[in-house]
Design a protein around this ligand. Structure first.
Ligand code: G6P
Length: 610
């Protein structure tokens, strides 16, 4: 949600900023802008649309500068327009800033500023920040102190970067709720909302924490808390390579990421499965595993696709490990005064590790005394750092807005945790060893599912002009039905519902006619016979049926319109295989509709506002 990048050093900053924005474009892509120094003045270039539109304007201006800040926007307040695009400047153009987050008390701040004669030119909440800074600067505060004092007045979330003609040798950055990193170079430094923007330039980063503010020059940086105490920060080495964040010959990141799943799953399990002992080894949980095993209740809390992983996690914890488990939407959890009992363990699942709702829920749970554990993909992300402990899913960078490989890696990680818990409780070693062998077989089985790509592409042709879809599954595959529907909605803008198959007769069945495609996830598992009846109920009402089943099924091809068969595996691992055809189906339908698969309208990869 909104990308921020900045540079101060000896090189020309404009190509660095544009390149950084392109890498961050998955965070927001409705407009973009750059503010840079030239001849002791701050200049601003903005454009509506993708970063490439801004790039054209910057190239046409043919300018160079050693210092600047840039922003790609995901609109929260005010439509996408040049006026609303960042950076925003004060009236005299001496202060310019970019902001990721939401200023929640912007109305009262705006009223106060308007009463003092400030004129607003945009509809954004961000503009109050720049005028507030101006107010403090006019009252003889230094640049740094003006930013610090202004932020003390701000409620809400921010990751900001500010430049000022009063101090043309520094960028001030600050963070609360929205991520911000400083990239350390030689005779140059960088700032960014996430490390992806810095990959070409440095591997050394400093993560700002909430309520921290830093002054960044070309030679170094000083960090303080917002209440003005100097703090020493650790420098972290980051390990993202450039191949991981390029499309690698595919038309879209989403397809590349779907196809990467045999390898991302291999990475998720590498070094974590013990065949002989029939269990899992997870360094991040070693100190807390007894608390998990003895927990009266496990809560899994997340948003979006990660929430669907949590639903599978609920089944895994209850069925494999016998621990009572519940799933919560992070956005609801925080606002209904959740009751946390002694011993409760709460897992927060997040690909980005930055989702504001999930982070806020985590802080609430931590404050109420729960053990909070993170299951994140992005190493060093806010949720990973705020957790007591946790497990990385190691899917590698996911750029496509619709989550694919991170979802399957989350499922694998949850299975590892459930297996470890179960073995510490009362699962016997033989059962554990069988699970370990099956988990080792996942990458090869996924490769076999991916061989169905052409078949699924053909099926997609029959559905590209459909307006509605129903996805139905039972047991472990109910969350998969929801995830399949979400994928289709996100990237093809087709209305789709995911439902427990048996619930269909309590409502959705009324929708079924020959125009309603229904995707059944119907593997030969413990619910197969029941779901066959549901399939017959749809067929009787002339619904068009696509069934995802397992290779040992012989019945469905005689009943349904299209059959997609995945390899056989134990029921609790099936979602990792059955979701892949649904990812491919959504992808091909969206491509056939000519839509931007990697950057669907209105969505952002990482939602850092509540
Ligand atoms: C956004 C993305 C979804 C994602 C959700 C949760 O809405 O568009 O794809 O599932 O956030 O993100 P997280 O990073 O916390 O898993």
């Amino acid at each position: 949600m909104c990308g921020i990048v900045g540079y101060i050093g000896e090189k020309d900053c404009l190509p660095i900023l544009i390149n950084g924005l392109k890498r961050l474009e998955y965070r927001g892509y409705d407009s973009a802008g750059i503010g840079y120094f030239r001849s002791n003045k701050i200049n601003v270039i903005k454009s509506v649309g993708k970063v490439v539109e801004l790039e054209k304007k910057v190239e046409a201006a043919s300018v160079h500068s050693n210092m600047g800040i840039a922003h790609t926007r995901w609109a929260t307040h005010g439509e996408p327009s040049e006026l609303n695009a960042h950076p925003h400047s004060n009236q005299s153009n001496s202060i310019t800033l970019i902001h990721n987050g939401i200023v929640e008390n912007y109305i009262e701040l705006k009223q106060m500023l308007v009463s003092k004669g400030y004129i607003f030119t945009s509809e954004t909440d961000t503009e109050v920040l720049v005028h507030l800074l101006d107010l403090f600067a006019k009252n003889n505060y230094s640049f740094f102190e003006a930013v610090r004092h202004a932020l003390i007045r701000v409620e809400g979330a921010y990751g900001i970067a500010v430049i000022s003609t009063s101090d043309p040798d520094k960028i001030i950055v600050a963070k609360k709720g929205s991520p911000l990193v400083i990239g350390i170079g030689k005779n140059e430094n960088f700032i960014a909302s996430d490390v992806t923007a810095l990959v070409n330039y440095t591997e050394r980063v400093v993560y700002l924490e909430d309520h921290e503010i830093a002054e960044v020059t070309k030679d170094g940086f000083v960090t303080k808390t917002i209440s003005n105490e100097i703090i020493e920060k650790d420098i972290h080495e980051i390990a993202i390579n450039i191949d991981e964040i390029s499309k690698g010959g595919y038309d879209h990141f989403m397809m590349k990421e779907i196809m990467e799943q045999p390898f991302s799953i291999e990475n998720s399990i590498r070094g974590r499965l013990l065949q002989k002992e029939g269990t899992a080894k997870l360094g991040g949980l070693e100190n807390v595993i007894d608390l998990i095993v003895n927990a009266p209740r496990i809560i899994l809390c997340a948003c979006g696709t990660s929430w669907h992983s949590a639903l599978v996690g609920e089944y895994l914890f209850e069925q494999l490990a016998g621990v009572p488990a519940e799933v919560e939407y992070a956005s609801e959890f925080r606002y209904r005064s959740p009751i946390i009992n002694k011993g409760d363990v709460i897992f927060f699942i997040s690909q980005s590790g930055e989702t504001a709702d999930t982070l806020a829920a985590l802080k609430e749970a931590k404050m109420k005394g729960a053990l909070v554990l993170g299951i994140c993909n992005v190493v060093g992300s806010s949720i990973a750092r705020a957790s007591h402990s946790g497990v990385y899913v190691h899917a590698g960078p996911e750029i496509g807005v619709a989550s694919t490989k991170a979802f399957t890696s989350q499922l694998v990680t949850l299975t590892l945790i459930a297996l470890l818990t179960a073995r510490k409780k009362n699962m016997n070693i033989t059962v554990g060893q069988k699970i370990v062998s099956e988990m080792f077989s996942l990458p090869d089985k996924i490769k076999r599912v991916l061989e169905l790509n052409d078949t699924i592409k053909e099926i997609a042709k029959d559905f590209a002009d459909t307006n509605n879809f129903l996805y139905l599954g039972r047991g472990y595959n109910f969350p998969v039905a929801m995830e399949g529907a979400l994928k289709l909605k996100e990237i093809s803008y087709i209305h789709a519902e995911g439902y427990p198959a048996a619930e269909m007769k309590h409502g959705p069945i009324a929708l079924i006619d020959n125009n309603m495609p229904v995707v059944f996830i119907a593997p030969k598992d413990s619910t197969y016979d029941k779901i066959l009846s549901n399939i017959e109920e749809v067929k009787a009402r002339k619904g068009r049926i696509i069934a995802v089943t397992t290779e040992d099924d012989t019945k469905l091809q005689n009943i349904v319109d299209y059959v997609i068969k995945v390899p056989k595996i134990s029921e609790f691992l099936l979602p990792i295989l059955t979701v892949i055809p649904l990812q491919l189906l959504a992808y091909h339908i969206a491509v056939l509709k000519g839509l931007n698969v990697d950057q669907p309208r209105n969505l952002a990869k990482s939602v850092t506002v509540e």
